[in-house]
Design a protein around this ligand. Sequence first.
Ligand code: ADP
Ligand code: ADP
Length: 234
Amino acid sequence: MTMIEMKRVYKTYKRKNVATEALKGIDLEIQEGDIFGVIGYSGAGKSTLVRLVNYLERPTSGQVIVDGQVLNDLSDSQLRAMKKQIGMIFQHFNLLESKTVFDNVAIPLVLSKKPKDEMKKRVMELLDFVGLSDKARSYPKELSGGQKQRVGIARALASNPKILLCDEATSALDPQTTQSILQLLKRVNKEYNITIMLITHEMSVIREVCNRVAVMEAGEIIEQGSVLDVFGHP
Ligand code: ADP
Ligand code: ADP
């Protein structure tokens, strides 16, 4: 089944008198169960692509279809429901510094008004999954970068998404920590059956975890296919 599809997607940012064509006719297909990498230099349009899937940005033209729903056609309340199907993790983790690890992971569950005992059980399950059960009462500033990203992953999984979007999620981490986060993403994909879309500027990251890849350059996808077809054997 196709999980994420884009058809002839264009995105132009207009600021004052300056128009930037960030995406110029993107056609993309990500299947359920894929770990799909998007690679390209800074400015290629990768973040814009991810923000369109999450509907933080609207396309200037073209269609964005997620889990069979044409996002362009949805009402605001339908969109809010769709967004719960999508988790996201970030380069700089985006944790709330004033909240404990437990409370950071609980945010999506508090927002969706889950009963408190159910919420606690789910948070502790997720912390166990990411290997941070003993850090529930710690604050983000007490954690290493890798531990912060594990919290980010647990929080992204809290609302049971079908899709996890990773925006340069290992770019702030050293190679060894990157490895451990990538192994965790593989477990997210397999054990929770979550489709992953991962953007990066590092080919090594794509080779390590992705089965398919799109190469972006100046707002266009210049190649798309299996990692072995696109990059060849290492
Ligand atoms: P990447 O993630 O590959 O670095 P982006 O999607 O962030 O690429 O950016 C693609 C192009 O769109 C760049 O030229 C960037 O300057 C421009 N751009 C991105 N976001 C905005 C914005 N909010 N307003 C104006 N221009 C933007
Ligand atoms: P209250 O009812 O006053 O909110 P809680 O017992 O729900 O108190 O939580 C108090 C704090 O303890 C929370 O802010 C949270 O960080 C932490 N906490 C809650 N449950 C757990 C747990 N199972 N393990 C570790 N820390 C927890």
